[in-house]
Design a protein around this ligand. Structure first.
Ligand code: FAD
Length: 385
């Protein structure tokens, strides 16, 4: 259903790979809450997860729109990029702010699949969206940081070798900005597990391999600090536009999947002696979902255009994420309704995709926070929090 001819070869190749992972593959994993290891390994081997890594470090060196096309294609084929999408944008922190030796050490290994950088430890149970209030500390002790605290919703931690961790390295003092004194540290979880790092899976309404992570005097080499101490919040922020645009592209892919499924079913299913799709009560919600998907796709493309021109499209990236997440959830709801009772049957995959796409109303940023951003930074309204 793509109307965008850009990257047609790339899209075709990703779609071909995805066709090897049909609904029954995802259904089985969903039942067992298991990780799609084969799928992620094949994507990695084909180089699709390293399209953003520059060629000098072993990646394809393509722009963000290529990564968006990969993720959109995966979702529109019915797969779930939530298992691995973070690898695309978390490495951006190392690429933009890491030292040359860190880049040489990690990026080629990530590109080849020898190292997995899937985990991103920012959210904490007590601070939530208020990142500046996080409590995890990393105190310098000789040539190591000693990390103590807890993260929640650290997705894919059990399936990752490395974690980008945001921790407080300078205690908050009076008059200091809450977001100052935070640093980004790369944690090698292979060494850390059982030596101060504990990972506990969280069962959720969809299969997302998310976890809570506990740090108890975990020692991390000081050389794993990314960039300058105390500038971590800014580093994380600079990666957020890319993250939001990529998640938006996934939502567009989801919406396309739902719309295609609903359209096909509405043509095939006959009730009262005619196709249900002949009824406007069935047609219109599909047509509306299509229009909203296309509108959000345009905003994704606009955000990509500005991003690739070297801009800082905070407003467009946020709007793309919100509009695409709304479009995908509207399409999901419409798709269930179009299918009547069968929309709830596991074997149709719709209820699974419905649960999966619901996440993007909340993560990686919830709709309220996007609306607050637009109110304050675009419309000039008073900050509400
Ligand atoms: C499956 C899953 C995977 C995730 N993966 C990761 C990950 O890999 N790494 C990571 O660091 N985090 C991850 N997250 C965390 C995710 O980013 C947060 O859940 C999300 O940002 C919301 O934060 P919170 O859950 O703490 O909600 P809270 O901050 O407690 O907010 C609760 C509700 O209140 C609203 N709210 C809060 N403050 C305001 C305000 N000022 N104005 C209006 N409304 C407000 C929010 O919008 C939300 O609806 C994941 C979450 C989930 C569910």
């Amino acid at each position: 259903m793509s109307n965008d001819p850009a990257y047609s070869d790339l899209r075709e190749a990703v779609s071909k790979l995805c066709s090897k992972y049909p609904g029954e593959y995802w259904r089985k994993l969903d039942r067992e809450m298991a990780y799609p290891t084969e799928f992620v390994e094949e994507l990695t081997a084909a180089g699709w997860l390293s399209v953003l890594i520059p060629e000098e470090y072993g990646g394809a060196g393509l722009p963000l729109s290529a990564a968006a096309a990969v993720l959109e294609e995966m979702q529109s084929a019915g797969c779930n990029g939530g298992a691995c999408h973070a690898q695309m944008y978390t490495m951006g922190t190392v690429l933009r702010h890491g030292s040359e030796s860190q880049k040489q050490k990690y990026l080629p290994a990530i590109a080849s699949g020898d190292l997995r950088l899937q985990a991103f430890g920012v959210t904490e149970p007590s601070s939530g969206t208020d990142t500046g209030a996080l409590k995890t500390t990393a105190k310098l002790d000789g040539d190591h940081f000693v990390v103590n605290g807890q993260k929640i919703w650290t997705s894919r931690a059990e399936h990752s070798d490395l974690m980008i961790l945001l921790a407080r390295t300078t205690p908050l003092q009076e008059g200091m900005k809450k977001t100052a004194g935070l640093s980004v540290i790369l944690v090698d979880m292979r060494e850390a597990l059982g030596n101060g790092l504990t990972i506990r899976p969280i069962r959720t309404m969809m299969n997302h391999a998310t976890t809570e992570v506990f740090f108890d005097n975990l020692r991390v080499p000081a050389e794993n600090l990314i960039g300058e101490e105390g500038k971590g919040f800014r580093y994380i922020l600079t990666g957020m536009n890319a993250e939001r645009i990529l998640i938006a592209a996934e939502c567009v892919g989801d919406a396309k999947w739902f719309i295609e499924r609903a359209t096909d079913y509405a043509k095939d299913r006959h009730v009262f002696g005619r196709a249900i799709g002949q009824n406007q009560g069935i047609q219109f919600p599909i047509a509306k979902a299509y229009a909203n998907m296309r509108a959000s796709e345009l905003m994704v493309n606009e955000a990509l255009r500005l991003y690739e021109a070297g801009g800082n499209p905070g407003a467009e990236a946020n709007m793309a994420k919100m509009l695409a997440a709304d479009a995908s959830f509207e399409a999901a709801n419409m798709c269930i309704q179009t299918h009547g009772g069968f929309g709830f049957a596991e074997e149709f995959d719709i209820e699974r995709k419905f649960r999966e796409t619901r996440l993007y109303q909340t993560a990686p940023i919830s709709t309220n926070l996007i609306l607050s951003y637009l109110s304050e930074h675009v419309l000039g309204l008073p900050r509400s929090y």
